[in-house]
Design a protein around this ligand. Structure first.
Ligand SMILES: [Zn+2]
Length: 259
């Protein structure tokens, strides 16, 4: 929230300076100046909301500071019967551990899938209950209730309470910052956004992600698309061929996954 407060303070100071200049000299720069301040302010706040690594409202942990050839992989938006079991069988075959940032409303429909993810030793993170399109317009209280509901259904399904949270769409704002603080979550981002939900070609996707791999990287995938299922075994093989180990997210980031 520090960067957010600093930005608001800077914008207010700029407006005050504009008014003082108007009083003492002339008002000819007032409206152009005000429009410029509004545009710059909007751009900065937009950047802060949409780039989770900006740390604008919420400090997100998005990579590990390491020189060792290690990365972690994560899957958002499941569990879904169409894709999660396939992802799980690939991970099992390749002996790889991942993190799954799950959506509560899917957990309620498929608790057996969450149990399968958990029983296979993967980490479950909170990715909200509703993951609604308008989630970022909710009040801090409603966001808090939504995040708690996800934790409740996870507890009911597998008996653990997630401590790691990844914001829906990676968008953050002051209300979400309050809800996260009240919940006691650690916010986890990513350093490589695979863009697998909009990818159509597994080979292109593979090479785009592979080109960004470096020590300490956290990769964001989704267990919601067929192209990810096709690409995943190739990705694991290619990463290992480059001499990398895929390690559990909470271990590479040195975080406690559950309360
Ligand atoms: Zn999501």
């Amino acid at each position: 929230m520090l960067k957010f407060r600093l930005t608001i303070t800077a914008l207010l100071i700029a407006i005050i300076a504009l008014v003082l200049y108007g009083i003492n000299n002339s008002w000819q720069y007032f409206w152009p100046g005000l429009i410029a301040i509004f545009l710059v302010g909007s751009l900065v706040l937009f950047y802060g909301s949409y780039y989770i690594n900006s740390g604008f409202y919420v400090k997100a942990i998005s990579y590990a500071n390491t020189l060792q050839k290690q990365i972690a992989i994560s899957f958002d938006d499941g569990p879904l019967p169409e894709f999660t079991p396939q992802i799980l069988s690939i991970l099992k075959e390749k002996n790889v551990s991942a993190a799954f940032f799950c959506i509560g409303k899917h957990v309620v429909k498929h608790p057996e899938l969450l149990q399968a993810v958990h029983n296979q030793g993967h980490i479950i993170g909170n990715h909200s209950y509703s993951h609604g399109k308008w989630f970022d317009l909710l009040s801090a209280e409603k966001m808090y209730a939504d995040l708690q509901q996800m934790n409740t259904v996870t507890r009911q399904a597998i008996g653990v309470t997630p401590l790691l949270f990844r914001p829906p769409y990676g968008v953050t704002n002051p209300n979400l910052a309050r809800a996260i603080k009240k919940s006691g979550f650690v916010t986890v981002g990513w350093s490589i956004r695979s863009l697998d939900t909009v990818a159509t070609d597994a080979d292109k996707l593979l090479h785009r992600v592979l080109g960004q791999v470096k020590p300490g990287a956290v990769v964001l995938f989704h267990d919601t698309t067929a192209v990810t299922v096709t690409m995943l075994p190739l990705f694991i093989n290619a990463v290992k061929a480059k001499g990398y180990n895929i390690v559990p997210l909470h271990k590479i980031l040195n975080l406690q996954p559950y309360a």
